[in-house]
Design a protein around this ligand. Structure first.
Ligand code: GLY
Length: 394
């Protein structure tokens, strides 16, 4: 039977479709700017934040060709201390922000060469990163394997607990007066040449002056979005493990430790409460979120090479999530070519890191119609065929 259609009398100023951390921070900041704001999501605070390790790895995850993204990542990392303090105050919840730093290590000659290149790129980019010998690495983290050949000490790459971050954002939104519609959005409503709201799974029609599509890896799937503004995002699966460090073992690790082993990233993120997060695979398998024996095996094998003592720890959780990847690995933020429709998606490996800057940028876009100057390179319009042609012929 077709669901009964009801239309909400009130029109919100901003309707956010998707209640992951990106949708939540957008709604929280929008409400703080005085906009009547609503979120549509069956499980606000769920999604990729329930899987992510929460590394704020602007420096250690630097890649060639991503200098523009680096500037945004650094800007967001710099906002984190104040953002965390403000969110904790607003929600009454701790979010596990920990200024612990990161050590990226190498296990063999190839890994070492790779790290040397990363170090050179970091220095060219004006970033703080110190080369350490294997012995110096082990002095910092005594549980590291004797075979560690060297590493990069990056004292500015910290961590936050994404699950606590998501919970705090839900509460902060509630306290700021954001309305929650706990169900799926079925389709975007477009009237004339403008986005005007959304129809929900139960047939409820919500109207809004502006709509923000913040559906993570699902952002490209919403019905009713005109083809020319459908966000080009795709899911990239990441399997992640959670282990527990018993109090008698502490301190097991004092900072995040990571490496590239046989070409794959592995990282270990120690929380103050004893949780040790080990991630992550990177798999292009559509919307599959199966935890596989192979994925768990490879993560444990690589993590064990870095920290042999790890196999003694209880394995408490295995999970897979989907990163919302874009064609250039950078987010899509702000107004689209369809009036009234904004995007906040495509954060790929940096959703947790980019949460503070995304909230600020989206609130600016929703209140002024434009992105802040520093965020303009991340306009969704960079993928529009016409804009690309104009750029090339300018
Ligand atoms: N930034 C870590 C990951 O995406 O696995």
């Amino acid at each position: 039977m077709h669901p009964r259609t009801t239309t909400e009398r009130t029109t919100t100023d901003a309707l956010v479709l998707g209640g992951g951390i990106i949708g939540l921070v957008t709604a929280w900041r929008a409400a703080q700017h005085g906009l009547r704001t609503a979120i549509v999501d069956p499980e606000p605070g769920g999604g990729a934040a329930q899987v992510a390790a929460g590394m704020l790895a602007a420096v250690t995850e630097l890649h060639y060709g991503e200098q523009t993204l680096l500037a945004l990542n650094i800007a967001s990392a710099e906002r984190y201390p104040a953002f965390a303090a403000e969110l904790e105050e607003a929600s009454g919840q701790e979010i596990g922000y920990r200024a612990c730093g990161t050590l990226a290590v190498a296990l063999d000659a190839d890994d070492r060469a790779h790290l040397r290149e990363l170090h050179a790129l970091q220095r060219q980019s004006g970033l703080e990163s110190e080369w350490l010998s294997g012995r110096e690495c082990r002095r910092l983290e005594p549980m590291l394997a004797p075979g560690v050949r060297g590493g990069l000490r990056v004292d500015g790459d910290h961590q936050v607990d994404p699950r606590r971050l998501a919970k705090a954002l839900v509460i902060a939104c509630e306290r700021a007066g954001v309305t929650f519609h706990r169900q799926w959005a079925d389709r975007l409503t477009v009237v004339g040449d403008r986005a005007r709201g959304a129809v929900l799974a139960d047939g409820t029609e919500l109207s809004a002056d502006q709509v923000v599509l913040a559906g993570g890896s699902l952002s490209g799937k919403l019905a009713g979005v005109p083809a020319e503004v459908v966000p080009p995002v795709r899911p990239v699966k990441g399997q992640v493990l959670r282990l527990t460090v018993p109090p008698s073992y502490a301190p097991f690790l004092s900072r995040t430790v990571r490496a590239v082993v046989r070409g794959s990233d592995v990282y270990l993120v120690p929380r103050e409460n004893g949780e040790l997060v080990v991630g992550a695979t990177s798999e292009e398998l559509g919307w599959d979120t199966t935890v596989t024996a192979g994925g768990v095996y490879e993560l444990l094998r690589d993590a064990h090479e870095l920290l042999p003592g790890l196999t003694e720890l209880p394995l408490t959780e295995t999970r897979a999530g989907l990163r919302p990847a874009s064609p250039d690995n950078a987010p899509l933020l702000g107004p689209t070519a369809l009036p009234g429709l904004h995007l906040a998606t495509g954060h790929y490996r940096n959703g947790v890191l980019l949460t503070p800057v995304t909230g600020d940028a989206m609130a600016h876009a929703l209140t002024t119609g434009e992105l802040p100057d520093a965020v303009r390179p991340f306009t969704p319009r960079r993928f529009s065929a016409l804009e690309v042609l104009q750029e090339q012929t300018a």
